[in-house]
Write a protein that binds this ligand. Structure first.
Ligand SMILES: NC(=O)C1=CN([C@@H]2O[C@H](COP(=O)(O)OP(=O)(O)OC[C@H]3O[C@@H](n4cnc5c(N)ncnc54)[C@H](O)[C@@H]3O)[C@@H](O)[C@H]2O)C=CC1
Ligand SMILES: O=C(O)[C@H](O)CS(=O)(=O)O
Length: 470
């Protein structure tokens, strides 16, 4: 695959192999850039910034919609590449392409509604006007788990605001990123407005964080890397948006609709083989319904098909790498050693396989690693709770605060519990709350800022006011 920066081929002679996580086969060999490529991308984005920001909102929006249309036209092609390099089932990959495109559409519409306002001045001879302005060149660093949507969730609001953007995709999934870039080029989005650099994470990251041309950094990935970028941003006081790790509690009250609650666990736990930052990581079930809920969940989980993402009925594909599999095995082993019980699953499909059986543990306690840490795998540990006050306290006992889920048929219970939970996203009888129009993001160490919604647009705008003496 020929990657370019500002329409010029990489100078880096280094390459990496993109591997299929299911088969370990080489999907493609791609150039692996470093400082030179990172600097060239920022230079191109900086040169493209003034012309792009001076286009009318309509002009930017029209080009964005052409990009949107190109993605939908190439849905199958992009999804096929995504399944090959990331492993998610093809049907999920197609859904991700549509989800990714939805951010472009939503922000193309928002571009036309970036408004200022006037403020009544304290004296008759003054007028005060607020004028939102684009922040400038944006640097985005994105993860492997959503190779398309995590790019457009950053690039779409940035372009709508009038910014240009340099993007470093995860080294595991550069091909999807490149297809998005090609679709943008085909839409007529000028060179330099979106630049994609595949290469050394630490080198590219440090180059962009040190560059005075980069005004904003937006990152989705692990909390440790997010903290590093935040510290690097301090040197030039860059604005940061961080979407980091999670540890989502899924709370099932005794009055919950059991069918809905079980379906909610399936949706929020096993999507992308449990490799999403909003995946349920802890299931809390009120003790009165523990037996009925666990049995129903066991039956549903055992109906999930683990296998090759290109098989039509596959529900769960491979984990991204061996490290992820070993972490999952350790979480299960430790829980069982400390008294938890295996309800279903608990191992790889076969010895050494990258496929992990969807697993449910019961009798889990809060001190276990599978409850304390983000497993990022198809593991659902279940713990019992007695009452609302207790479960809220336990659910909040985490340094993370991204997503949480509540299943109950009582509006009062739902409202009280949702308000008390320290999480940026709360699904109430809903296991799939993410949407382009909603401000996605976390509290505490799950991140800073929001992506999606109008809030997501303002992450790429500076607020300026002008005071006129008339
Ligand atoms: N919030 C989310 O959606 C995600 C959370 N995670 C969490 O992170 C854990 C580890 O996953 P990884 O893929 O290893 O995440 P990671 O944070 O290492 O990688 C995410 C992105 O950061 C880049 N990166 C890594 N080190 C960097 C550095 N020093 N400077 C600049 N960029 C750097 C990577 O190349 C990739 O593009 C997962 O198990 C999960 O718990 C991972 C991916 C997405
Ligand atoms: O980072 C993630 O895991 C995604 O943001 C999850 S979602 O947006 O697809 O819900």
């Amino acid at each position: 695959m020929q990657l370019t920066i500002n329409d010029k081929a990489y100078t880096s002679s280094k390459t990496i192999n993109v591997l299929n996580p299911l088969t370990q086969e080489v999907v493609a060999e791609v150039p692996f850039g470093g400082r030179e490529e990172a600097e060239a991308a920022v230079k191109a984005a900086s040169e493209a910034y003034v012309p792009w920001s001076r286009k009318t909102a309509d002009a930017r929006a029209d080009l964005m919609m052409k990009w949107h249309d190109n993605l939908l036209e190439e849905e199958d092609k992009i999804a096929e590449v995504m399944t090959k390099e990331q492993g998610k089932p093809f049907k999920e990959a197609k859904g991700e392409v549509r989800y990714a495109a939805s951010f472009i559409r939503w922000y193309a519409e928002e571009a036309r509604r970036i408004k200022g306002e006037t403020i009544p001045a304290s004296s008759a001879d003054k007028k005060i006007v607020i004028q939102p302005q684009p922040i400038g060149v944006v640097a985005a660093i994105t993860p492997w788990n959503f190779p398309a949507a995590m790019i457009t969730r950053k690039a779409a609001p940035a372009l709508a605001a009038g910014c240009t953007i340099v993007i470093k995709p995860a080294e595991q999934t550069p091909l999807t990123a490149w297809l998005l870039k090609e679709a943008a080029d085909k839409a007529g989005i000028p060179s330099g407005v979106i630049e994609v650099v595949v290469g050394e994470p630490a080198v590219i990251g440090e180059t962009w964080m040190k560059s005075p041309l980069v005004k904003k950094v937006t990152f989705t990935g692990s909390t440790p890397v997010g903290k590093l970028l935040m510290s690097q941003a301090a040197e030039t006081v860059k604005k940061v948006s961080l979407e980091l790790g999670g540890n989502a509690p899924f709370i099932v009250f005794k009055d919950a609709n059991l069918e809905k609650a079980v379906q909610g666990v399936i949706q929020s736990k096993f999507r992308n083989a449990g490799q999403t930052c909003v995946c349920t990581n802890r299931v809390y079930v009120q003790e009165e319904i523990m037996e009925a809920f666990t049995q129903k969940l066991k039956e549903k989980v055992e109906g999930l098909l683990v296998g090759d993402g290109f098989e039509e009925n596959t529900d769960i594909g491979p984990l991204i790498n061996e490290e992820a599999l070993v972490k999952t095995e350790k979480h299960i082993e430790q829980a069982l050693k400390e008294g938890a019980s295996l309800v279903t699953g608990g191992a790889r499909l076969t010895e050494g396989s990258p496929l992990f059986k969807p697993t449910v543990l019961s009798g889990v306690t809060d001190n276990m690693s599978c409850m304390q840490q983000e497993t990022f795998a198809p593991l659902a540990p279940i713990a019992a709770f007695k009452n609302e006050e207790e479960v809220i306290t336990r659910a909040n006992q985490s340094p993370f605060g991204l997503a949480a889920y509540i299943f109950t048929e009582s509006l009062s219970t739902a409202w009280r519990t949702a308000e008390a939970l320290e999480y940026g996203i709360v699904g109430i009888n809903d296991g799939l709350p993410s949407a382009a129009q909603a401000p996605f993001g976390g509290m505490k160490e799950s991140g800073i800022g929001r992506e999606g919604g109008t809030e997501g647009l303002y992450e790429f705008l500076e607020t300026k006011y002008m005071s006129f003496s008339i």
